[in-house]
Design a protein around this ligand. Structure first.
Ligand code: S3P
Length: 437
């Protein structure tokens, strides 16, 4: 599919539900006793993989024609033995969080996934879950396919996160739910805190204390969770694509409604403002324990900056699209301290460097990041085909680049977009982007 220079983008749109919150909403609802109700759930492939796994382990999950999801949970400790392997598709979040859940239940589960997921490192969850007593056998290098035999009872541990990872933190907290005693996770670098917020919302006994800059999260197990009604806000990581599109297509002015702006997720928006973006959070409110706003953004002349590496965990999924904004900025943008990008759905540093070069942007690859030479607002040359590498965010980033390019940018395979943002192209078209195609 090709994306070509767009006329000014305008209009008001909503992006799909937050992927991180959607996974957690299904998992915690499946562990509560009774019926939870979820609206705004992301109906993308990753979240549907989580739903299928929770069904396979006993939860009863239904969707009304209006999009209301109801989940009848089995209770903490009540997960059933799945009859077949759990196919996680492309979803690292499903895999790592569910490994945590299974680790403290008397069940054995096999996890499989696609070619991208099979390459991703799982040792970061295997190691601490084995310390809790789970028995895990994985393919060489700690990869999928792998089998988790849960420990019952599991042993509570105190664990300092060696990588800044919300997935590892969440896997341990989920394992802690059915573990007697206190599971204690130390987080030297804060990561997204949706699990902590939602666990408290479901009634778990969880405390967070900050000592000398380290977050100490303590969860009392054998928790009892009570069913909830959850409204999932729009995903700030998905909103990033129309927002950057509006910033780089001259004359644009758009509003993206109902977007989560949790400070552990909103780093991109801070960085764009530092680059000179005309971008505001309007009508700020709290929905279901999460801060939410409408993002109002206009085309802006951007300036390259050194992105502070400490902001990385709050925008870890947004570097690909930031690199597109950087390509349109005046001067260079330096992104460092993001070696984690090499183990996402693709090696996102390598993918962005190769793709930017292919569309005529000068970029230097660093072991832990990249330096993009901005074109000062001049259109990008474009005129290349980009391999999306089973990575939704690579596909969407270069689609956005196409909207500000002289010659169209072709994405070889847009199907990965269905993991997190099934209506991405329709939404761009609603803003007017399709007129150039
Ligand atoms: C996620 C955490 C992040 C992020 C991923 C979703 C989550 O991964 O990249 O898209 O929902 O917890 P890491 O925990 O590996 O940084």
């Amino acid at each position: 599919m090709s994306f070509a220079a767009a006329p000014p983008l305008s209009g008001t749109v909503r992006v799909p539900g937050d992927k991180s919150i959607s996974h957690r909403a299904l998992m915690l609802s499946a562990l509560a006793v009774g019926t939870s109700r979820i609206t705004g759930l992301l109906e993308g492939e990753d979240v549907l993989a989580t739903a299928a796994a929770m069904r396979a382990m006993g939860a009863v999950i239904a969707r009304s024609p209006e999009g209301l999801w109801t989940v009848n949970g089995v209770g903490v400790g009540g997960l059933l033995q799945p009859e077949a392997a759990l196919d996680m598709g492309n979803s690292g979040t499903s895999t790592r969080l569910l490994m945590g859940l299974v680790a403290s239940h008397p069940v054995t589960a096999t996890f499989t996934g696609d070619a991208s997921l099979t390459r991703r490192p799982m040792a970061r969850v295997i190691d601490p879950l084995m310390q809790m007593g789970a028995d895990i056998t994985a393919a060489p290098g700690g990869r999928l396919p792998l089998m988790v035999r849960g420990a019952c009872p599991a042993v509570p541990i105190r664990y300092r996160l060696p990588v800044a990872s919300a997935q590892v933190k969440s896997a341990l907290l989920l394992a802690g739910l059915n573990t007697p005693g206190i599971t204690h996770v130390e987080e030297p670098v804060p990561t997204r805190d949706h699990s902590e917020r939602m666990l408290k919302g479901f009634g778990a006994d969880l405390t967070v204390e900050v000592e000398n800059g380290v977050r100490h999260i303590r969860l009392h197990g054998e928790a009892e969770l009570s069913p909830q009604t959850i409204e999932v806000p729009g995903d700030p990581s998905s909103a990033a694509f129309p927002v950057v599109a509006a910033l780089i297509v001259p004359g644009s002015s758009i509003r993206v409604e109902n977007v989560g702006i949790n400070p552990t997720r909103s780093g991109l928006y801070e960085v764009l403002r530092m680059m000179g973006a005309d971008l505001a959070f309007a009508d700020q409110r709290v929905v279901g324990g999460e801060p939410v706003a409408d993002i109002v953004v206009r085309h802006s002349a951007l300036t390259g900056i050194e992105v502070p590496p400490e902001i990385a965990p709050a925008m870890i999924d947004e570097y690909p699209v930031l690199a597109i904004a950087a390509a349109m900025a005046a001067g260079r943008t330096v992104m460092r301290g993001i070696e984690e990008l090499r183990v996402k759905e693709s090696d996102r540093i390598a993918a962005m460097v190769a793709g930017l070069r292919a569309i005529g942007v000068a970029v230097e690859e660093l072991p832990d990041g990249m330096i993009v030479e901005g074109r000062g607002g001049d259109p990008l040359p474009g005129g290349a085909t980009i391999a999306s590498l089973l990575d939704h965010r690579i596909a969407m980033s270069f689609a956005v680049a196409g909207l500000a390019s002289r010659a169209p940018v072709t994405i070889d395979d847009m199907s990965p977009v269905a993991t997190s943002f099934p209506d991405f192209v329709t939404l761009l078209d609603r803003l007017g982007a399709g007129q150039g195609r």
